[in-house]
Design a protein. Structure first.
Length: 114
């Protein structure tokens, strides 16, 4: 499955939805979206991962870069990640800096704005 990713914005929260497989070939697209997300200076970054099937170390590094560039007070939530995705994030060193949630409700900025 190809990777699709898009952003949504609402009241200090940036939603990054990622669907499919993040491969080294599509990391630049993810990086572009991460750069746009971080530039907004959000209080919270939510990564919707329910339909994320796999992620390469390059994709994990991209998310780690986002976390590093956000304000120290910003929250990073990973929503609906499968065990294999959680393991990839753990191996990439992200686990202590993100919070996992099972399913956040949709919010007003959710949609294909990426």
């Amino acid at each position: 499955m190809a990777c699709e990713a898009y952003l949504g914005f609402s009241d200090g929260t940036v939603l990054l939805t990622v669907v499919g497989a993040v491969t080294d070939e599509n990391v630049p697209v993810l990086r572009s979206l991460v750069d746009r997300a971080v530039a907004r200076g959000p209080r919270r970054l939510v990564v919707r991962a329910q339909e994320l099937t796999s992620i390469t170390p390059g994709g994990v590094r991209c998310l780690a870069l986002a976390q590093q560039r956000l304000s120290a007070r910003a929250d990073v939530l990973v929503d609906g990640a499968r065990p294999a995705i959680r393991e990839a994030l753990r191996q990439g060193g992200l686990e202590p800096t993100v919070a996992y949630v099972d399913r956040l409700p949709p919010f007003s900025g959710e949609g294909g704005a990426g």
